[in-house]
Ligand binder design. Structure first.
Ligand code: SF4
Ligand code: SF4
Length: 443
């Protein structure tokens, strides 16, 4: 083995270990942050959950409700994943100094490389259409106020990365093909797209083609490692988290709200004539009293926090939300983005303070989400129905409302009046119970 080849293998090994290692380092932070949430039982009916995950996350059944975006998304997703099977060959070649190690598969290898090339071209076409829809056609859901700055740039960056990676793959193949053709040698594989797309390589010398092939090979694998690590900072983390996210979906009817255990316990205590009203819950005198509802990410469940990490920022929820459509400040997508932002800030706080969260004087409601947004919700569930990966923004809205009402007594005036009427008159209206039938008498 010559020293250049040895150096190249060593460099490859270091790049691979660093790339995967840094990714694992960041994913552990995501796990830690999600585990800041309250536990919740979402492991019932495992068979139903596996079926749902196969249908909704893998099969993308809810994506095709909007056929153009849905089919393009499936194409990019499937294409990108399948083409990256080729990464396995690149890794083996990189580690052992081989070249196209799977070429012994003969016709199977030809068919695989040929179909990868067709898929790569389709991915490029789909990515260009996505870019046009976002930036030229300016589809309204991509231009809402929460999509300014990083969310907008992030969505475009990923399109550029995907396009560049596919072009690197195709140009690498084309250079390899023409280098072998110039030298009169056979090269395993079939190259229906690359040899035509990069037809001008035909006029390059063999040495130049070898250099292009090596540069593109390195660019391709380093680009994939970069992409892997970019996921952590991007909404594209959903390509990994969508699967567990769907698995932990709410299986009960959409309109069914969960009972608040803390309230249930209080009521039970009130009804129990033998209960000691001053006793601490579960007899633990050091226990911190449970918050009613959610004021911060710590009060949300682990599944709600996983939802926040999984949001693709597609805006399908917001485009169906009647509050948003009628000009209210609420956007369910923003609820998920704000929850993730707060969780990330909490995570950074923990990293900075040796593993402990130090109160930063902020909370989810008030500093990230405003009460005006929360009270604009009609609880219609259009957002949960529209979400392609079964995210539940309504559950966060309801939990924050519960906090505002029960901990802060900060419900809007109209609601306070209505609740007062229910308490005093047994109905939401401002009439005495005795006057209820007055309307009948006057007719
Ligand atoms: S449940 Fe609330 S947030 Fe969701 S679509 Fe309806 S109004 Fe909008
Ligand atoms: S909550 Fe669902 S529908 Fe809404 S932006 Fe996120 S992924 Fe899209």
């Amino acid at each position: 083995m010559d020293s250049l080849s040895y150096l190249s293998q060593m460099f490859f090994l270091i790049a691979l270990v660093c790339g995967i290692g840094f990714f694992i380092f960041n994913v552990r932070k995501v796990f830690r942050n999600i585990n800041l949430g309250r536990p919740t039982n979402r492991t019932d009916n495992p068979n139903e959950r596996w079926t749902l995950m196969t249908k909704v996350a893998l099969g993308q059944s809810k994506m095709v409700v909007r056929p153009v975006a849905g089919i393009l998304h499936i194409l990019v997703y499937a294409g990108f994943i399948i083409i990256n099977l080729e990464v396995l060959e690149i890794i083996i070649d990189g580690l052992f100094g081989t070249h196209r190690v799977f070429s012994f598969l003969g016709p199977v290898y030809d068919a695989l490389i040929g179909s990868f090339e067709v898929l790569a071209l389709l991915v490029i076409v789909a990515v260009i259409i996505f870019w046009i829809r976002r930036n030229i056609q300016k589809i309204p859901r991509f231009w809402k106020r929460e999509m300014k700055g990083w969310p907008k740039d992030d969505a475009n960056y990923i399109l550029y990365i995907e396009c560049v990676l596919m072009l690197a793959f195709l140009s690498m193949n084309a250079a390899d093909y023409y280098a072998h053709a110039n030298a009169g040698e056979d090269l395993a594989g079939s190259f229906p797209i690359s040899k035509n797309l990069f037809f001008f390589f035909n006029s390059f010398g063999t040495e130049t083609l070898h250099i292009i092939e090596r540069v593109m090979w390195w660019f391709h694998i380093l680009g994939i490692l970069f992409f892997l690590n970019y996921l952590y900072y991007s909404k594209h983390f959903h390509i990994l988290s969508a699967f567990p996210n769907v698995w932990f979906s709410k299986l009960e009817p959409k309109g069914q709200l969960n009972n608040l255990e803390s309230v249930k316990n209080e009521v039970k205590l009130m009804m129990d004539p033998n209960a000691d009203p001053f006793a601490a819950p579960s007899g633990d005198t050091t226990a911190v009293p449970e918050t009613f509802g959610a004021k911060d990410v710590f009060d949300l469940t682990k599944v709600q926090l996983l939802n926040a990490y999984s949001c693709t920022e597609c805006g399908r929820c917001t485009s169906e939300c009647p509050a948003n459509i009628t000009g209210k400040k609420l956007s369910p997508r923003k609820i998920m983005m704000d929850t993730r932002d707060r969780l990330e800030d909490v995570g950074k706080n923990i990293d900075k303070n040796d593993g402990k969260f130090v109160d930063d004087g902020k909370k989810l409601i008030g500093d990230y989400i405003q009460p005006e947004e929360i009270w604009a919700c009609t609880s219609c569930n259009a957002c949960t129905q529209a979400c392609p990966i079964n995210i539940d923004p309504l559950s966060i809205i309801i939990d924050i409302r519960r906090y505002l009402v029960m901990e802060e007594s900060a419900a809007p005036m109209e609601l306070n009046l209505m609740m007062q009427n229910v308490e005093n008159n047994g109905a939401p209206w401002q009439f005495n119970i005795a006057d209820r039938l007055n309307w009948a008498e006057s007719n």
